[in-house]
Every structure is written in C-alpha cells, then in structure tokens.
Design a protein around this ligand. Structure first.
Ligand code: SF4
Length: 859
C-alpha cells in the first residue's frame, strides 16, 4: 500500500504526514516542519477516519436532499436576501480548516460577485491581532522567520504560548536542539500559568494576566537605557523609536513580578543577539492584543534582531491553514492576496477577477458579524467547516442568533455540532483524508494536502460546493480542480506586484501542482525567501518599519466583587478545537477525559473545593459545571478552563458561553483569555460513571461528559435528582450490587456473554478508574473470572493505574510511578522501562514533571 504525502489537519505547525488508505499515519521524514515527528494528535489521526458521525448527504430542513436541490436552495436563499435587503444582509463564516483553494473561491464569490466583504474566518479568534500588529509595524502581514530559527537561537522567549501542548512538534524541536547544544537555546516562558511548557523552561515569568505590554515596554526601555539598541538598523530601516511609557519599576509593578526577576530577563535579552520571541494565543486573544504584538515587535526592530538566523518575532498560528486564509483575504478587512480596500487594490483585484460587483469596503469581523445576525441585519449566513455556536465568546448568544436567522447554511464533514443544529441546509464536505489542495503553516510554508481515501457518501470538496452555488448566482467559476484554483491564486499574487507586495508566488507559475514540494513564500524567479527584513525592505512607506508607541491597558471587563476571578481559557494536549474529530479517538480521550477548572490552593480552600470535586463557574455571559483541579501553578484570583467541550460532548461544559465578547479595537480579536467570573462548589446528590456499548446523544442528568472508548462510550455523570438506573443502562441480564447506606450502586448489563453497559455510582474516592471495565467491551465473550470481578471494577488483587500520560502507548500514571520507584531517574530511563514518551514525545514534559514531583516528595 502506497503512502501518500499529505499534511496534518490540526495545528499551525503544519507537519508532513505519510498516510495510507488503511488509516495508518507516520511523520514525513522529508517535511521541513517536522522531519518525521508527530504529536499525539497527529499520531492518532487514523482513529478519526471512521464514517460514524460523518455528514454524508445534503439535507434541507432536516431531510435528505439531492445535491442539485440543496445547491439551488442555497443560491436562491442568498439571491433572495440580496434582492430584498442588499448585499450586506448576507455573510460567510469560514475556517482555518479550509484548504487555500476552498478559501479562495469562497472569498472571490462573496467579495467579487455578491458585493459584500461580510466574510470572516475563525482565524479571527486565533491570530487577527498578529495580522494587525504585523501590518502596523511592517506594512504587511509577514512572519519574518522560520522554524529553524527556534533551533539556532541562543534564547527563545515563549509568550502566551503553551507550546508543549499546543504546538508540540515545535516544542520538541527546541528541546532536541537544547539537548544537542548544551542547553541552548535558553528557554524563557512568559505565562500567568505554570504550564507543561513552563515546567521545562530555564525561567518562568508568571506575569499578571494581560500585562504583556508592560513587560515588553519595560524591556524596550531597558534596551534603550543600556545601549542595546542597534542604532544603525534603527536609523536605516525604521521610524518612530520613542521612549517607552513604562520603565522597569512600573513594569515590575504592573506585571506583579519581582524586580530582580525582571531585571535578569531583561539583561539576558539585552546581551543575547540570537533571540526569537514566539507568541501565540495568550498574546493575540486579548482586547489589547495588537499592542501586545507591537510591544514585542518593537524590541526586535530596535535591536535589529529580525530576519537573521536565530532571530525575530515569531507568531505561531493555531490552525492548519490560518495563514492560507490570510493569503487569500478571508478576513473581512482584507480583500485578496494581501491587498486591502485601498482604491488601487480594489481596482486591481476587480480587473483580475473581472468581478461585476466587487466589495469596496471592509465587512464585519466575527463577533460583530454574529451580533448583526442577532439584530436581523444579516439574514443569510453560510458557515463552512467551523462551529461558532461553541467556539465564539458569549457562545449562547451566537446560538440564539443562529436560531433566529432566516437562512443558515452549514457545510461540514461531521453530522452533529452545536452549529449544525441551526442549519436549514446541510452540505456534506470532504474529510481530511479525502481532501486535495494546499495549506500554509506558521513559517509561510505552503504544503500539499493530498487525498489517500475516496470521497465518502455524497461528500464533495468545499471549492466544488462554493463553485456550484457561484454558477447558480451567475458567476463563471469553471474550475476543473484545485490545481486550476491554485494557479489563479498564484497569478493574482503576482498580478501587478513587481515587489510591491510581500505575498508573491510568481515563482510557482510554472510549478507542477501534483508534485509541489513544501515551499516558503515569497517565491519568485529569484527563489524562495527563508527569512525577511534582515536588510529592511519593509512594505510600509519609505520601506521602513514602524516602531509604535504602546501603552499598558487594563482588560475591558475587569473583575469585581461579584465576579472576583479572572477566567483564562485554553487547550489541552490531546484535543483539538471543539473535538469534532479528536473527540472520536479513544486514545486521545484517555489523557484528560473530563473538562476542568484549575484553581489555586488558597482559593480552593476558601471555596471549600477539593481536587476532583465539582465547581460551578459563572460569568455575566454564561456558565459551566466542571471538575476542580487544585494546582499550585495557578495564581490566586485566576482560574483556567479548557475550551474544547461542547453540547455534543457534555451537559454543561461550554466554556466559551461564559467568555466575555470584548474585542481588540483594531483587530477585532476577542478577549478569550480574560473574563470576570465567580466560582462555587457544586454538590450533586450522586456521581459515578456509565459505560455503554451503544452511545446516546444526551443523558437526562445535570452533569455528563461523553468520551470515546473502544467498542463503547464512557459517560462521567452526576446529578442532583434521584438515580434512575433503568434510564441509564437499558435492558439485558443484570448483575447488581447495592449499598444504600454507603451511597453505592454498581450494575453490569449483559446481552448473552457480551457486556452492554456498566454503571458505577458512589463517592468519588470509592470509584475505580474504569479502565479494566472499559477493556471488557472489546471481548465478545467474558471469561468466568471476568464476570465475577465485574462489580468490583477490577480483577482481584489489581490496583488502579490512574490516567493515561502517554497517549501513543497507553501508559498510565501507575506504570510510570512504578518505573520511577524502581530506579528510573530520567525521562529516557522511564521511556526505556515503559515506552512512555518514546513515540511522539508530547508527554515528555509531563514525565519530567512527574519525576520532579516524586523526587521532591521522596526528599
Ligand atoms: Fe499536527 Fe501535532 Fe504537527 Fe500540530 S504538532 S501539525 S497537531 S502533528
């Protein structure tokens, strides 16, 4: 079976993958993003390919329909709305999951033919502040460096980035370089939380939430004071260097960091020439995100540390093709190919596209776009490959807006999301293994995503779906395939360019699409640029970059007596976005099965919360019921909750429903990292877990979390009302244990020799972890001793092994602790003894933390 070279559909690292039709995947050793590495999510892609849960046929008003009928209905819905209310009454909301070719035709249709720029992408939630910061400083949305810089640097500063969990392969590249280069690059992590990334760093700066501008303004002041500014570079290539508003004293106060710690970081930065500052969602997802970006970029411009090996500011994107969306112009304030709405750009793009009704002004950004839907100003919306009813801030309001919208079209590859519930027309799109096109990763590298599976059901490529609707709306979108679209995208990037725009693919005009190798843009006849701006050449007026004055600002919605906690949101290692795909992998579910809220020990004590108990999180916008995790790495007064769980996977864990909808005034990026919140213990009447061979859509309980298992689904459950066993386990031959006084109930249900359901209810500390019970669902016939042990929850004499740490090999805490107790004193020794951490390496920071914690405890 031939392996096909393709790319991972998850994060912005953009790892190359060798995939086979049997679903096996391996890292592509020749891909320059990962050189053969994959993280746990990439390595588990094979478990997400099953047809179960796929949207396989078009539907109109909940009934299966032909493609012709569905496409006619979409075209008619949009044409009718435009005829009645004008072009600004329609909108597209698209996604960094789309391939560049899909993105290109969607953008061209709405901006060139429908006459509105009301198209925004979920990348607005991810890196819009970086885009705006780049454009303010460089005059263009250019990431100056590349991944090799992270290995060549002597100092890497990670700001608002839990790289070890969110971009694991980049983290592994840094850690491998450190092992090879005697500890270089030195690693500094700037993050209010002590994350897995911070655990492995030389220095962790747990700054006050949102104080990044003060930190980097203070750094710039220090660089100026100590003569670390590169005067020649600044004079030749920049404008606007002014004394920053913050000095080290003020920075220490605003960041709530000891002056000496700050001083040490500043001195390190000042004396180290080869510095890369990597920043991600902790910087971007803020109401002052653009200023944060520019405060970082200022420090690199002032020292001339940009565009040279091992130097530069480096924004890493969340999504696999966030960069592709920026390239085609799928943000509402861009037009196309890194051109905006200046009259000359509009004229140029209109002539190139021969567009009859080109949009002449920016459209609405994501949060305001859904607010316009709620107000009834937008009456028709087409959502492609994304789940805004779960992922946007104030997500319940987004769901309400969609519920009242007159015409909602959703194209997706999955059948059940919080957003699809509101669709009048559902259009089945290809899944990852079936897609054919290109994506661009965080280092400007364009790679092919190639199909290794046939299209499933009636699913079609997104570019085809959009083109068919375009034809019905009178646009001649006659593309034979993605190669045609890519060729047009390349030609537009080169059209009347002549070096005036950074995004230039003219060097690919004659390239063979099928065999296209990973290539960094700009790529011209002179070749591909690995780095930008070492010798200036910025796209701002005069070819000079702008040093911008930035000033620290408090969050838009501050905490108060009623909502005293600052809620920070983010990701976990083994899940991706709203879990529509990673949520189907039992291997990935085993790491962190339930959503949680992380609380500092002092706050937990005050609130009477214990580890593993329940807490009710509430904000002015919404709430969630979550397990409490008590963590000394959490700053008192702040809490953290992951954002992945939706109404499809949980009763009440839609954390984005609780997030405030404040946005950065320039980028429109929401402040997902800071919402005032309150927290209280939540005490159900009972709790437990349910394993069922047949999954159910929802349970009639206050708390349930569904997670994928092999041949079963697990539900972690709790409820304030009475326990109704019949409603949970279904019919069959029952084995039962009941201890009313102790609040315990254990039920196993068999269909002949096969296990069909298991229910365990009791105090948290008395429940087995359920891993052994879960393993029995794979067996067609239970052995007599297995039947006998069912109600004990584990074989006689066995002990629970705890949660999975290494997802690739399914290694649990118990095995790791046993190896450490047996004398393994390093991560590699633990790996040799247990295999943990020896495949993708994503769990290495946790192994290191476990070793350190056990060593401390032993001491
Ligand atoms: Fe995929 Fe992991 Fe690579 Fe990101 S780091 S692209 S999720 S394999």
């Amino acid at each position: 079976m031939e392996a096909v070279r393709t790319t991972c559909p998850y994060c912005g690292v953009g790892c190359g993958i060798l995939a086979k039709a049997d679903g096996s995947v391996a890292g592509d050793p020749d891909h320059p993003a990962n050189y053969g590495r994959l993280c746990s999510k990439g390595a588990a892609l094979g478990e997400t390919l099953a047809l179960e849960g796929r949207l396989l046929h078009p539907e109109i008003d909940g009934k299966r329909a032909s493609w012709d009928a569905a496409l006619d209905r979409v075209a008619a819905g949009f044409a009718d709305t435009i005829a009645r209310k004008g072009p600004d009454a329609v909108a597209f909301y698209v996604s960094g999951q789309l391939l560049t070719e899909d993105y290109y035709v969607a953008n061209k249709l709405i901006k060139g033919w429908l006459g509105t720029a009301n198209i925004d992408t979920n990348s607005r939630l991810c890196m819009a502040s970086s885009v705006a910061g780049h454009k303010r400083a460089f005059g263009s949305d250019t990431v100056p460096g590349n991944y090799a810089d992270l290995e060549e640097a002597d100092l890497v500063v990670l700001v608002g980035s839990n790289l070890a969990w969110c971009h694991p392969v980049l983290h592994q590249r840094i850690m491998a370089a450190r092992a090879k280069r005697g500890g270089l690059p030195k690693l500094v992590v700037v993050d209010p939380r002590r994350t897995a990334t911070a655990e492995g760093a030389d220095l962790h700066l747990p700054l006050a939430m949102g104080s990044d501008v003060a930190l980097f303004d203070g750094l710039l002041a220090h660089l100026i004071e100590t003569g670390a500014v590169d005067e020649a570079y600044v004079a030749r290539h920049t404008t606007g260097l002014a004394k920053p508003s913050t000095d080290i004293e003020a920075a220490a106060r605003l960041c709530a960091l000891p002056r000496a710690t700050l001083q040490a970081f500043y001195a390190d930065f000042a004396r180290t020439k080869k510095v890369v500052t990597v920043y991600s969602q902790g910087v971007n997802q803020s109401a002052s995100g653009v200023d944060k970006v520019n405060a970082i970029v200022n420090c690199h411009l002032a020292t001339g540390r940009i565009g040279l090996p091992g130097m530069g500011p480096f924004s890493v994107t969340g999504q696999p093709n966030a960069m592709g969306g920026r390239e085609v112009g799928a943000l509402s304030n861009q037009l196309a190919a890194h051109m905006d709405f200046a009259p000359a750009d509009v004229d140029r793009v209109a002539r190139f596209w021969q567009a009859p009704r080109i949009a002449t002004k920016p459209g609405l950004k994501a949060v305001e776009l859904f607010a316009a839907i709620e107000r009834g100003e937008i009456e028709a919306v087409w959502i492609m490959a994304t789940n805004p009813a779960a992922s946007l801030p104030d997500a319940d309001r987004v769901a309400r807006a969609l519920a009242r919208c007159k015409f909602v079209v959703v194209s997706d590859c999955v059948a059940d999301t919080d957003t699809l519930k509101h669709a009048h027309v559902k259009l089945p799109a290809l899944g990852w293994g079936e897609k054919d096109g290109t994506v661009t990763n965080s280092e400007r590298r364009i790679s092919r995503q190639r199909p290794f599976l046939p299209a499933q059901g009636a699913a079609k490529p997104d570019w085809w779906i959009v083109s068919q609707v375009a034809k019905r709306l009178g646009a001649a979108f006659d593309y034979a395939g993605p190669a045609d679209i890519f060729a047009e995208h390349v030609a537009l990037s080169a059209f009347e360019n002549g070096g005036s725009r950074d995004f230039d693919l003219s060097g690919l005009i004659a390239a063979d699409y099928e065999t296209l190798r990973p290539t960094q843009w700009p790529v011209t006849a002179a070749g591909s640029a690995e780095r930008m701006f070492a010798s200036g050449g910025f796209f701002a007026p005069g070819g000079k970059a702008r040093l911008l004055e930035t000033a620290p600002r408090a969050p838009v919605n501050a905490t108060d007596a009623e909502y005293p906690f600052a809620l920070n949101t983010g990701r976990v290692r083994d899940q991706w976005h709203t879990m529509t795909r990673t949520g189907r992998s039992p291997r990935l579910a085993a790491h962190l099965r339930e959503p949680f809220v992380v609380v500092a020990p002092s706050d937990a004590k005050r609130l009477d919360l214990a580890d593993g108990k329940f807490a009710r999180l509430a904000t002015r916008w919404g709430g969630a019921t979550l397990r409490a995790r008590i963590d000394a790495g959490q700053t008192p007064g702040t809490i953290f909750a992951p954002m992945h769980w939706t109404g499809t996977h949980a009763a009440d864990a839609r954390v984005n429903a609780a997030v405030n909808p404040a946005v950065d005034p320039i980028s429109g990026q929401p402040e997902l990292k800071h919402s005032p919140a309150r927290l209280a213990a939540w005490t159900p009447a009972w709790e437990g877990f349910l394993l069922r061979r047949d999954a159910v859509r929802a349970l009639p309980l206050d708390y349930w979390i569904a997670s994928a298992g092999y041949a079963h689904t697990r539900y972690d459950i709790a409820h304030c009302g009475a326990l109704d066993v019949d409603a949970l386990v279904g019919s069959g031959m029952r084995l039962e244990y009941r201890d009313d006084k102790g609040g315990r109930r254990r039920v196993a249900v068999l269909d002949g020799e096969r296990l069909t359901a298991v229910l365990f209810v009791g105090p948290h500390a008395t429940l087995p972890d359920g891993a052994w019970l879960a393993s029995l669902f794979a067996k067609p016939v239970l052995a007599p001793d297995e039947r006998r042990a069912l109600l004990a929850g584990r074989p006689s004499g066995a002990v629970d092994q705890g949660q999975v740490v290494c997802a690739c090999h399914g290694i649990r805490e118990g095995a790791i602790d046993a190896a450490i107790a047996g004398g393994c004193a390093s991560v590699s020794a633990v790996g040799a003894a247990t295999k943990a951490g020896t495949n993708c390496g994503a769990c290495v920071p946790e192994l290191a933390a476990r070793l350190a914690a056990l060593a401390t405890r032993a001491a």
